[in-house]
Ligand binder design. Structure first.
Ligand SMILES: [Zn+2]
Length: 275
């Protein structure tokens, strides 16, 4: 699942390539999008900005039109030079925005809609989002308060809850709790102030580091790294490593799927003891 750092990096790369440019071609396979675009054509508008809000990607066009997309599990944005062969089948294209020198293609993006700023401001999914882990104006106390409000939740669930703070998916959830030495199914209420602060600081640090080091790439599967190892096979501590030895202590990494959406959690039973 694309996480906040992926969306943020995609937004940065798309912003660099598209902002200030004129749209020469706009396509979508979604009737709800093309219907709006028929009334308010996107071709000829200037792309003002591309930004991330939690896991939503927002593209602002001149004249008060916004494209909101959400990648959910499998969606991704690619950026190509005109005429270059795509790395994904054309049948996977859901939205396409072309300028004179770049083509941005949203592949398998399951959610796309064109909105006015007024509709955007009232948007329920966006309004429900907590503050962004990657926001320049990061309010540590606010996020700590929001986490404490989920006292009865498992730490892993609270981190994943986009209403608490937006941008963490399953990969970072598992990695952050490993780095903090906290068992993922510990209730938030069982964590003391310093543990909670540690989780928040590690989360902010990891997400920020993963954006800053790879701002140029759009590919969600390259490079996410929490271990500081330069070995490409040792980028993550626990995520995706069920049954393998812990890189720190050698204990066997555990894995569990929970909830109706089968969210997956990895942890080291020795480095992250149950309290
Ligand atoms: Zn361990």
């Amino acid at each position: 699942m694309p996480e906040g750092d992926t969306i943020y990096r995609a937004a940065l790369a798309l912003h660099r390539a598209l902002a200030g440019r004129t749209v020469v071609r706009f396509e979508s396979v979604y009737p709800a999008v093309t219907r709006v675009a028929a009334d308010r054509p996107i071709e000829g508008r200037t792309i003002e900005s591309v930004s991330a809000r939690g896991k939503h990607l927002l593209i602002a066009f001149s004249g008060d039109v916004f494209l909101r997309t959400h990648m959910r599990m499998n969606g991704s944005w690619h950026l190509y030079r005109p005429g270059v062969r795509w790395q994904r089948p054309a049948a996977d294209m859901r939205v396409l925005i072309a300028t004179a020198d770049a083509v941005a293609v949203g592949f398998n993006v399951p959610v796309a809609e064109l909105l006015t700023s007024r509709q955007l401001a009232r948007h329920l999914e966006l309004r429900a989002l907590g503050p962004d882990w990657l926001a320049p104006a990061f309010d540590r106390e606010d996020i700590l308060r929001r986490l404490r409000a989920r006292a009865g939740d498992a730490a892993a669930d609270a981190l994943l809850n986009q209403r608490v703070a937006a941008g963490i998916g399953n990969v970072f959830k598992s990695e952050i709790l490993f780095l903090a030495g906290i068992h993922p199914f510990t209730a938030v209420s069982a964590l003391d102030a310093s543990q909670l602060e540690r989780v928040v600081d590690i989360a902010r640090e990891q997400l920020t580091a993963n954006v800053l080091t790879r701002a140029q790439t759009l590919n969600p599967f390259t490079g996410r790294r929490t271990t500081r190892s330069l070995d490409p096979n040792k980028k993550l501590w626990v995520y995706g490593r069920g049954g393998q030895p812990c890189r720190r202590c050698g204990a066997t990494i555990e894995v569990r799927k929970t909830g109706v959406d089968a969210r997956i959690t990895y942890w080291c039973p020795s480095c992250q003891p149950r309290r």
